[in-house]
Ligand binder design. Sequence first.
Ligand code: U5P
Length: 303
Amino acid sequence: LTVEEKKHGNTDLIFPTGIACAQPSVSNSRPDVSTMTPWLAPIVWEGTYDLTVIDNIYKQQNITVAVTVFALGKYVRFLKDFLESAEQHFMVGYRVHYYLFTDRPDEVPAVTLGEGRQLTVIKTETSNRWQEISLRRMERIEKLIEKELIDKADYIFSLDVDSKFYAHWGAESLGDLVGALHAWYFGTSREQFTYERRPESQAFIPLQEGDYYYIGAMIGGRLDKVHKLVKTCRMQLDVDRANHIEAAWQEESHLNKYFLYNKPSKVLSPEYLWDDKKGKPSYMKVVRFSQVVKNNAEVRPNP
Ligand code: U5P
């Protein structure tokens, strides 16, 4: 079976009998922010979901969540905080399998993992260009899904390693195809989004189009949907490469193009990918995961 043909687990939202939960409110619990896209996909904010309801649905599905993380070159230094904080906050109570791509397997820290959680290290060649490292992620995730994950995971998240969890990130984030809003472009007009604007690139988006600016540091969803995403982006990246053009923000540009024409079924608010450099506006009731402040010139292989 190909990834596309394979049906992964149960997508029915079955709720067990005899569980008492709060009655849903009929008014909007977060009038300060938009909680729905124009195509009626939920935008997940603190206060918009009942975790008891969600966990009762997903716990009985016995799902496995794969997480891909890249730590090439000096980025291995971010692994300890990333993994330790993920163990505290990310999908706690669910089976989680981290797939860690690194050129420095000897420097992977020993982090105690909770029950049902495991880590696989995949030795990976690095590059002397950070842009190239970023560009190759789609291809590596595509191959991992095809070769490894087809029978092993139901959902997959790809996350940046130079980040840390600070609060709960759980099953409310699960969906067919999941994107996250970029903290710095939340609330700005689409003309200001740093989409690729050159028509020669496959990532091109005209000025009058675009819903949101999604962050490249997070991709999620069911295995088959994410496989289609990474495969499509990888093919578009190949075309660009053959045409000697590199999109403005590498794979993030291609991801934004993909999400414009393949709408995500769930959108994570910037709570799910904040930036430690950014102050906290009132709409941010919680920071769940945030990019750590780093010295790019020191940690990246090239300027
Ligand atoms: N990355 C590396 N090593 C590098 C540059 C980037 O592993 O030298 C990976 C990390 O997973 C990082 C992601 O979180 O690419 C995005 O890089 P950056 O834009 O955060 O620097």
